[in-house]
Write a protein of this length. Sequence first.
Length: 391
Amino acid sequence: MTENMTENVAGPAKAAPGRSIVVDGLRKSYERNAGDAAAYAIDGVSFDVPEGQFVTLLGPSGCGKTTTLRCVAGLERAQGGRIEMAGQIVFDASQGRHVRPEDRPIAMVPQSYGIWPHMTVLDNAAFPMRHGRNRRRGEEVRRRAMEMLEQVGLQSMADRWATQLSGGQQQRLAFARALLGDPEVLLLDEPLSNLDAKLRAKLRQELRSFQEKFEIAALYVTHDQSEALALSDTVIVMNQGRIEQIDGPERLYDHPRSSFVADFIGSANLLPVEHTSPGPDGSVLAKTGVGAVLCGRSPAAPDDRSGNGGFVCVRPENVRVRAADEGTPQAGDDEILGRVETSEFLGDRLELVVRAGDVAITAFARADLGSRPGDDVSLAFDPASTSYLAS
Ligand SMILES: Nc1ncnc2c1ncn2[C@@H]1O[C@H](COP(=O)(O)OP(=O)(O)O)[C@@H](O)[C@H]1O
Ligand SMILES: [Mg+2]
């Protein structure tokens, strides 16, 4: 294949140390003639996978996660951008460089695990050493395969047919087989989505503990936000072929940069903003339909903090609720008056939906608040946990 350039013809192409994958400006359209007007499945996607880290592509169906992963694997060829792996350029659209999937230092764990039913567990595990990038011979193949099966707790099943394994054991075998190809990075596309909820939670913990034990970098795809938050060092939130935000799980939850991220990760109240003006200490005073709200968190630069549009974002657990008869709010208290629409007792808390003007605000209140639908309540947002999001 002429497009497969094995040696380093593009000159010095060392990635910065500590990064297993560098993706820069990836752009891919499935249309035959990807011109200016083409619809891009991904458009300007850039990110790193640092050594030993678990990085997740998260977003709704159709946002371009699989396309991104397949470009990294070399199964799709992008129209623009560059990919480096382990210090080598494996893809560069401007130079027509495209290293074949089998020559990239990756292993893909398919959704269905891709276990061969006509082979034993041992032969499945040994496959990459017999047919992969770094081939090995004779007794070493068996020895290494057995060592790895022992690491994942399958040594006693080495001579069974692969079809005799349970779903969880098949995942372990797929993982062991992937590692035996000596990859730099594991690529996983929704590997748990076919399983029931209980097994999914168990296997995701196991996946993470294997990934840490073998200190291997992973690029993981899911549309499930709780899976992404539970597993990842870094989450890349995608929307319509573009990256919205790259951050650790906690930062993503506490400091979303856009209303899309705030809404997709956990639940958020998003109040449309009519006008903003600068508040004290770098905060933003946002005028909404239910009054002015002081926002102590704003991802935008200070210069951008006056203007129109955007949203106030506050999580339900950060809304303080008082029964209105506990004392009339003082002027300047920044309290919002509303009426309870629904009230659900959830044991440890009360989940309220409060109607204030045109908006419905969800709030978690003390379980003993005792508010019923129709009751008047006052709501207050702590500026320190309230964000102004410009988009
Ligand atoms: N083989 C293909 N041919 C044409 N369009 C495709 C193909 N694969 C994906 N797409 C389109 O590209 C976009 C991104 O898809 P995909 O990467 O599969 O998203 P995700 O994995 O996030 O659900 C979608 O609009 C999808 O319809
Ligand atoms: Mg997909």
